[in-house]
Design a protein around this ligand. Structure first.
Ligand SMILES: *[C@@H]1O[C@H](CO)[C@@H](O)[C@H](O)[C@H]1NC(C)=O
Ligand SMILES: *[C@@H]1O[C@H](CO)[C@@H](O)[C@H](O)[C@H]1NC(C)=O
Ligand SMILES: *[C@@H]1O[C@H](CO)[C@@H](O)[C@H](O)[C@H]1NC(C)=O
Ligand SMILES: *[C@@H]1O[C@H](CO)[C@@H](O)[C@H](O)[C@H]1NC(C)=O
Length: 460
């Protein structure tokens, strides 16, 4: 009887083992928009003689792009454990916009995409030379960082996103995956050093998370790298669309047998490329350095098909902004950034507290949490709907580590874009990132607690 039971148990184990069958699919779609679209990112790219001149049918007050340096890529990764299906979408764009994500999702589902919206996360790389005019929020349009929405361009871009999602789903095949977290220093710097008395150039987030995906024969299908870095290697005078440093790293990775290389930004609100990272344009010196660190981490990753995924999402209403433009906070404002808040403030005499509604800026962000249990090692990932400063990123990471996740990935610039998230300390210091923190002094704390709440739902 006992031996029969033992036999039954081992048979069941074999059957269950067989049932664990990881499927993975990846796709890469060229989503380059026509020459003449505005490039989202820098406020200086405005037409000098506006409103007298309107340069192309795609621009209102921003300068049109004059060509393409590299394609604008949209890439999608679908992971199916049998119990749960998720889809990560990366776009070479300044951010991720909720309206765009929903439009893309609707197009995809109308053509047979089956994964629930809650299990899809869209990440903007934060390239400052990606397409503008594809999002409706008036604040970004007017500052000007993205220019006015052109529905035709939005539809084109959403269709490319939908196609990437659909192709990744069609490409599903047996595979393996693994996650490794490495450390990378020397390629970024904290840009608030000098503005904030608390921050030094070396106060960066060194965590380099790498999700590796192979096909059933062990061939690399995709490499997702997660790191905090601003896409500002190219300046505002550059009018060719391109993926900036993160796109450059992806291109190098794909020559190194990474499979499709995808980038998810992290807590890069105050983290710029540093050292020699941007030298040697258009082939940035930092690109092969970062790519090598990613591939080293990939080589270090144990691959498995024993994967369990849990997903939780929560849409949280933030309400109207508390955009405090009190002049005290503008004192050390770095003039000439993408949004020239200093100049705007001088005009407004800056003693106002603007309560802007969702026509101006998104305020119902979707927080997503993804837990990966790979051979018993637990990785937690939360999405952050905008630009977390690195000290907020550290707090969120520690919250997740305290929930017994072994590894943490921070999915910044994801799903929605609500501006910067400066912690209370940095909010009080003032400066550019503080001024663009729209819900008052506790904005970052609200982001943090909501990230933590959603992560708890999938904690080990
Ligand atoms: C990764 O490993 C492969 C062989 O397994 C090797 O060819 C390649 O050079 C390694 N890459 C890095 C960046 O270490
Ligand atoms: C989540 O964010 C909302 C909107 O700001 C806030 O009202 C709420 O208190 C936050 N949740 C927690 C637990 O802090
Ligand atoms: C705006 O910021 C100033 C300076 O930090 C502060 O004294 C004031 O209380 C803030 N006002 C609001 C409404 O938050
Ligand atoms: C601006 O910078 C000066 C000099 O570094 C400093 O004394 C002052 O406190 C700063 N003001 C704000 C609002 O941060």
């Amino acid at each position: 009887m006992l031996t029969q039971l033992a036999l039954l148990v081992s048979l069941l184990t074999i059957i269950l083992r067989e049932a664990i069958c990881l499927k993975v699919g990846v796709a890469k779609v060229d989503a380059t928009l026509p020459v003449g679209v505005p490039l989202a990112g820098y406020g200086e790219r405005r037409v000098p003689d506006w409103p007298l001149a309107k340069e192309t049918k795609y621009t209102t007050w921003m300068l049109p792009s004059t060509g393409h340096l590299t394609p604008t890529w949209v890439k999608a990764l679908v992971i199916d454990t049998g119990d749960e299906q998720i889809c990560f979408v990366t776009v070479d764009a300044i951010g991720s916009d909720g309206t765009l994500a929903e439009l893309a999702y609707d197009i995809a589902t109308s053509k047979g995409f089956r994964i629930p919206f809650d299990n899809v996360a869209m990440f903007g790389s934060h390239s400052h030379s990606g397409p503008g005019a594809i999002t409706p929020e008036f604040l970004w349009a007017v500052v000007p960082a993205t220019d006015l929405l052109v529905p035709e361009l939005q539809e084109m871009f959403a269709t490319s996103i939908a196609n990437a999602m659909l192709q990744a789903q069609e490409n599903l095949q047996d595979g393996t995956m693994g996650i490794d977290i490495a450390q990378l220093k020397g390629v970024t710097r904290n840009r608030r050093a000098g503005v904030s008395p608390y921050l030094h150039e070396d106060d960066i987030d060194p965590n380099l998370g790498v999700i590796s995906v192979n096909d059933g024969d062990g061939k690399p299908l995709a490499t997702v790298w997660n790191y905090a870095i601003h896409g500002t290697c190219w300046g505002s005078s550059q009018l060719l669309s391109n993926g900036d440093i993160m796109g450059g790293v992806n291109d190098v990775l794909e020559t190194m047998n990474s499979g499709v290389a995808m980038f998810i930004n992290a807590d890069a609100g105050d983290i710029s490329p540093g050292g020699d990272t941007c030298s040697g344009e258009p082939n940035f010196q930092g690109a092969p350095v970062i790519a090598k660190a990613v591939m080293d981490a990939r080589n270090n990753t144990k691959m498995s098909d024993n994967v369990e995924i849990r997903v939780a999402t929560q849409v949280v209403p933030f309400g109207e902004t508390n955009l405090n433009l009190t002049f005290a906070r503008v004192e050390n404002c770095t003039s000439g950034g993408p949004v020239d808040i200093c100049s705007i403030c001088k005009v407004l005499n800056c003693d106002v507290n603007l309560h802007l509604n969702e026509a101006w800026v998104e305020q119902n962000p979707k927080f997503g949490a993804f837990a990966f249990n790979i051979d018993g090692t637990n990785t937690g990932m939360v999405t952050i709907p905008g630009e977390a400063l690195s000290d907020l990123g550290t707090e969120i990471r520690n919250d997740l580590l305290n929930m017994k996740f072994d590894n943490v990935l921070l999915g910044g610039y994801s799903n929605n874009h609500m501006g910067y998230f400066a912690t209370e300390r940095e909010y009080d210091v003032g400066g550019y990132e503080s001024l663009l923190t729209f819900w008052g002094v506790d904005t970052a704390e609200r982001i943090r607690t909501n990230c933590t709440l959603v992560a708890k739902k999938v904690a080990p």
